[in-house]
Design a protein. Structure first.
Length: 231
């Protein structure tokens, strides 16, 4: 039976793509697809987030991008400024369901945070997750300020009847400061969901082979890994 998992962040540039790649890499022996509904800030032909997941996790990953807009803005804004048709939540859900017929695991990676608009009608990643009845994996920063953003995102999920699978720290410093160390314990409280991993800072710069070898050690058993939280 195929599983669809939506990957969202508490903000932008916090490691969603690298966490998505780690989950894909840890799904050993399973057919994995990654779906990027809206890629912004890249010109045609440039490798996007879905391609980066495939590079890190391995060529067995099917990478799909639904829409691309050139300016590094929220998808709705980028589409409007480019005069292009935006991607809609129902299109995201349909694409994910189609991929699920041929894959064991489908990872839907959002753009920015959970409520960033895809279109001018207010459609968001949360709407796509609701249409799919899919759980959401939150990616959060390690340091000071992450607890409030995580709590707000988790509250938005609950208010929409969506399930939070857990939280993964997207970029854990090699030498974490006091806030980052304390947040290992406090993040699951803020989210009301378990902490399911911590991807080390700089993991995205590894070769595909090194990344795939390391990924299980960054994720908890619930995501196919061996990681366990320690302060």
């Amino acid at each position: 039976m195929s599983t669809i998992l939506v990957v969202s962040g508490t903000g932008t540039e916090i490691g969603k793509t690298v966490v998505t790649a780690a989950v894909a890499a840890a799904a050993r022996g399973r057919r994995v697809a990654v779906l990027k509904p809206a890629q912004t800030g890249l010109a045609p032909g440039e490798p996007g987030d879905a391609a980066e997941v495939a590079r890190l996790a391995g060529s067995r990953v099917t990478a799909v991008e639904l829409a691309r807009f050139p300016e590094p803005l929220a998808p709705a804004t980028a589409a409007r400024r480019a005069g292009l048709v935006p991607v809609r939540p129902f299109e995201v859900a349909e694409a994910a369901e189609k991929l699920a017929t041929e894959h064991d695991l489908v990872l839907v990676e959002g753009a920015g945070g959970l409520l960033v608009r895809f279109d001018d009608e207010g459609g968001t990643l949360a709407d796509a997750a609701r249409l799919l009845s899919a759980p959401v994996l939150l990616v959060a920063p390690a340091g000071l300020g992450t607890l409030n953003a995580t709590a707000l995102t988790a509250e938005a999920l609950r208010n929409r009847g969506l399930s939070c699978r857990g939280v993964v720290i997207g970029s854990m410093p090699a030498e974490p400061d006091l806030a980052s160390r304390c947040n290992i314990e406090d993040l699951p409280v803020a989210a009301g969901a378990p902490l399911l991993g911590a991807v080390p800072a700089g993991a995205g710069s590894l070769s595909g082979a090194a990344f795939a070898a390391g990924a299980p050690g960054w994720l908890a058993p619930e995501l196919g890994g061996t990681w366990a939280a320690t302060r």
